[in-house]
Design a protein around this ligand. Structure first.
Ligand SMILES: [Zn+2]
Length: 106
């Protein structure tokens, strides 16, 4: 018996850092993360093509975010490292935001 396994899968990718914003949820002033969430159509668990692509500006502390356009995201994510923020604690590592995905496409 032969059957086809298909579905969708979300992939979250950090594009970079935006300017320091004061989060309206947790009130921390931090360099917000610019992330891209793509939903892929998968066949036998292999991503074939993206079905949707959304961009978000996300607070690195509490994960609170707002959806932005692709143009806004590309313009905002010009900084690979966080600009100097008011607080001194280091920014969260990238992989904390990427750990829910395993790249099986290598
Ligand atoms: Zn926040």
């Amino acid at each position: 018996m032969f059957f086809i396994v298909w579905g969708t899968r979300r992939r979250k990718k950090t594009l970079g850092f935006a300017d320091v914003h004061k989060c309206s949820n947790c009130n921390n002033a931090k360099a917000f993360l610019v992330i891209n969430v793509k939903e892929w159509f998968t066949l036998f668990w292999i991503p074939i093509f993206p079905v949707s692509s959304q961009y978000f500006l996300m607070c690195p502390i509490c994960g609170y975010g707002a959806q932005i356009t692709k143009e806004q995201a590309l313009a905002a994510a010009g900084q690979p490292h966080p600009p100097q923020a008011a607080q001194t604690e280091p920014a969260a590592p990238f992989n904390e935001y990427n750990q829910d995905e395993q790249d099986t496409n290598n």
